[in-house]
Design a protein around this ligand. Structure first.
Ligand code: PGA
Length: 251
């Protein structure tokens, strides 16, 4: 049985005091045992978050990471820095990084490789645009992203990372994929992992859905066979809605 993982992507929201307030409120929520939880605040909030999350069992993740170890890379953050700030996860290849900062599958592959080699669990994001879906090339696009982002990875590497399927047209739009639409892409991704590696690896890999996940649609998405959790944007910025989504994963 795959354990469900609910991750909150805070994006570019929350100062340090606001971070402390939100994390304290999340910790006061009734959180079911048996559901993995991750909080991914901005870099500047990582240490404050780490100190409040200590002993809670909640994972701490960053939203991006350099593929380099160190050096003259102004504005970049390395895996070592993330680990020393208390992270054990990192979101990579989010569609906003792909769209606004030119991240390619090759870049995401290099970053995920670096994360895996250094004990950080990458959450590798994939997903098609509305134009691609309507043009009938969704499987080609998402399949290409999976092949590119995971190229050259061993089965144990693939088993220890997380994939987040986030249709770009559903992110921040209030328009989520239906549970059936999401399930069918998740099954496609799992099938592809099986083809690239093995059925056993495909059974193990955690595939989250992301894109306008809210308390009122979470349960129907999370009960789908191949949906193993959620990557939550807007709804994770309020403890009550993040808590409700986590509880929906626990039933
Ligand atoms: P959203 O964002 O829940 O606000 O749609 C999801 C994401 O971008 O990870």
């Amino acid at each position: 049985m795959r354990k469900k993982l609910i991750a909150g992507n805070w994006k570019m929201y929350k100062t340090i005091p606001e971070t402390e307030e939100l994390i304290k409120a999340v910790l006061k929520e009734a959180l079911p045992k048996g559901v993995g939880i991750a909080i991914c605040p901005p870099f500047t909030s990582l240490m404050a978050a780490a100190s409040l999350l200590k002993g809670s069992g909640i994972h701490l993740g960053a939203q991006n990471m350099s593929e380099n170890d160190e050096g003259a890379f102004t504005g970049e953050i390395s895996w070592k820095m993330l680990k020393s700030a208390g992270c054990d996860m990192v979101i990579l290849g989010h569609s906003e990084r792909r769209q606004y900062y030119g991240e390619t599958n090759e870049k995401v592959n290099a970053k995920a490789r670096k994360a895996l080699a250094n004990g950080l669990t990458p959450i590798v994001c994939v997903g098609e645009t509305l134009q691609e879906r309507e043009g009938g090339v969704m499987e080609k696009v998402v399949g290409g992203q999976i092949r590119g982002c995971l190229a050259g990875f061993s089965a144990p590497d693939v088993e220890s990372l997380v994939i987040a399927y986030e249709p770009v047209w559903a992110i921040g739009t209030g328009r989520n994929a239906t549970p059936e639409q999401a399930q069918s892409v998740h099954a496609f991704i799992r099938g592809l992992v099986s083809e690239l590696h093995s059925a056993a690896t495909a059974e193990k890999i955690v595939i989250q859905y992301g894109g306008s996940v809210k308390p009122d649609n979470a349960a129907n998405l999370l009960c789908q066979h191949d949906i193993d959790g959620a990557l939550v944007g807007g709804a994770c910025l309020k403890a009550e809605s993040f808590g409700a989504i986590i509880r929906a994963a626990g039933v």
